[in-house]
Design a protein around this ligand. Structure first.
Ligand SMILES: Nc1nc2c(ncn2[C@@H]2O[C@H](COP(=O)(O)OP(=O)(O)OP(=O)(O)O)[C@@H](O)[C@H]2O)c(=O)[nH]1
Ligand SMILES: C[S@@+](CC[C@H](N)C(=O)[O-])C[C@H]1O[C@@H](n2cnc3c(N)ncnc32)[C@H](O)[C@@H]1O
Ligand code: SF4
Ligand code: SF4
Length: 326
C-alpha cells in the first residue's frame, strides 16, 4: 500500500504484548508500569485476521515485537498460524533473548525466518544495572541457539547511552570479527518511559562511527534489497557486519516502509505518532475484510513525512517504546 509521500508500506510491526520480563532503564520504569487490560489485548485470532488483510494490502514482512514477545503464551503457535497464511511473507521477531535458548528450535520450526536480539552490554554486573534483572548468560545462550537452528542472519541491537555503556561499542563491534552476526548500534530515542532522553546522553551516529574506527578499518557497504534504516559496514575479512541506525540525527523517514499495530489494536502510522487509529473496535464489531483493508490503507495515508525530534513543537506521545515495540 502507498502513503501520501510516495512510500510503499510493506512492513508491519506487530506488538503482541506490552509486558516484559526485563525493565531496561532506557525503556521502562523500575515499577508502576501501566499495563493494558487483558480484555483489551487483541487475541491471536484477531491478529491473524489483521495479518491476512495486511498481506492483501501488500505487506511482505511482519515483525513480532512487544514488550517481550516471547512472554506471551502461545506465541510459537501464533507464528505457525501466520506462516500458514502465506509462504511469501517473511516473519521476524525482536526479542531481549532471555527465553530464546529454550524456544529457538520451536520458533524456527513454526516458520520464523530470523530474530533480532537486543543486548546493551556484555558485562554481567552492567546487565543487571541496565535491565534491572540478571540474565546475560541466557541471552548469550539464546544467540547461539538461534544461530544453530538457522534463525539467521542474526542481528544484535545495542543502544549506546553516554555514560552508561558507550565504552562497550568496540567490544560489540569486535563480535563481528569472529561471528557472522550483524551488530547494530541504535541512537537512543525520546520514547522512553524510563531514563529521560537528553541531547547529552544520546550517543549520536557520528560518535558511534568514531568509536568503531578505533577498532579497525571500516568498510562501507552499499545498501541491498528493500530499504532498511541501518548504514552498513564491516571490517576487512570479518564474517560479521556492523549497522548504525541514526534514528534521530539523520533519520531515514524518506525511505520509511513500515506501520505499527499495538497489542491493544491501535495502528500507529509512525513510531512517534501522537495519533493512533482504532482497529480493535472494527475487529470486535466483526467488520468485513474490505472495511479492515480500508482502515489499514487510510492509516498508511496518515503517515507523517518524517519525525520532528529536536524541533520546537516535538511532543512525546503517551505510549512509549515498550507499548509500541520499537
Ligand atoms: N525512528 C525509527 N526507528 C526505528 C524504526 N523501525 C525500527 N526502529 C528502531 O530500530 C531498532 C531496531 O529495530 P528492529 O526491531 O530490530 O527492526 P528492524 O531494524 O526493522 O529490523 P530488520 O528487519 O532486521 O532491518 C529499534 O530500536 C527500533 O526502535 C522506524 O521506523 N523509525
Ligand atoms: C521496545 S523493544 C521490544 C522487543 C524486545 N523486548 C527487545 O527488547 O528486543 C524493541 C527495541 O527498542 C529498543 N529501544 C527501547 N527503548 C528505546 C529508546 N528509548 N531508544 C532507542 N531504542 C529503544 C530496544 O533496544 C529494542 O531493540
Ligand atoms: S527494551 Fe525490550 S526488553 Fe528492555 S524493557 Fe523495553 S521491551 Fe523490555
Ligand atoms: S520516525 Fe516515523 S516516518 Fe521516520 S522512519 Fe520511523 S516510523 Fe518512519
Amino acid at each position: 500500500m502507498q502513503d501520501n509521500y510516495g512510500r510503499t508500506i510493506e512492513y508491519l510491526r506487530l506488538s503482541v504484548t506490552d509486558r516484559c520480563n526485563l525493565r531496561c532503564r532506557y525503556c521502562m520504569p523500575a515499577s508502576g508500569v501501566e499495563t493494558i487490560d487483558h480484555a483489551d489485548i487483541l487475541s491471536y485470532e484477531e491478529m491473524l485476521r489483521v495479518v491476512a488483510v495486511a498481506i492483501r494490502c501488500g505487506v511482505k514482512k511482519i515483525r513480532v515485537t512487544g514488550g517481550e514477545p516471547l512472554v506471551r503464551k502461545g506465541i510459537v503457535e501464533f507464528i505457525r498460524d501466520m506462516s500458514d497464511l502465506s509462504k511469501k511473507i517473511e516473519i521476524t521477531l525482536t526479542t531481549n533473548g532471555i527465553l530464546l535458548a529454550d524456544m529457538a528450535a520451536d520458533l524456527r520450526k513454526a516458520g520464523l525466518s530470523r530474530v533480532n536480539v537486543s543486548l546493551d552490554t556484555l558485562r554481567e554486573d552492567r546487565f543487571l544495572e541496565i535491565t534491572r534483572r540478571a540474565g546475560l548468560q541466557k541471552v548469550i545462550d539464546g544467540l547461539h541457539a538461534a544461530e544453530a537452528v538457522g534463525l539467521t542472519p542474526l542481528k544484535i541491537n545495542m543502544v549506546p547511552i553516554r555514560g552508561v555503556n558507550d565504552d562497550e561499542i568496540a567490544d560489540f563491534a569486535r563480535l563481528t570479527l569472529d561471528q557472522p552476526w550483524e551488530v547494530r548500534f541504535i541512537e537512543f530515542m525520546p520514547v522512553s518511559d524510563g531514563l529521560d532522553y537528553t541531547p547529552d546522553n544520546m550517543f549520536p551516529a557520528a560518535d558511534i562511527i568514531k568509536a568503531l574506527e578505533n577498532v579497525g578499518k571500516l568498510v562501507s557497504e552499499l545498501r541491498q534489497g528493500p530499504a532498511g534504516p541501518a548504514r552498513m559496514f564491516h571490517f576487512p575479512d570479518s564474517p560479521g557486519h556492523i549497522g548504525v541506525i541514526p534514528a534521530v540525527s539523520e533519520h531515514f523517514c524518506g525511505e520509511c516502509n513500515r506501520m505499527r499495530i499495538t497489542a491493544d489494536g491501535r495502528i500507529r502510522p509512525c513510531l512517534f505518532s501522537t495519533e493512533e487509529i482504532d482497529l480493535r473496535g472494527a475487529l470486535r464489531r466483526n467488520a468485513s475484510d474490505a472495511e479492515l483493508e480500508a482502515i489499514l490503507r487510510n492509516a498508511a495515508c496518515a503517515k507523517p513525512e518524517r519525525h520532528h525530534i529536536g524541533e520546537k513543537d516535538f511532543r512525546q506521545g503517551k505510549r512509549r517504546m515498550h507499548g509500541i515495540g520499537g
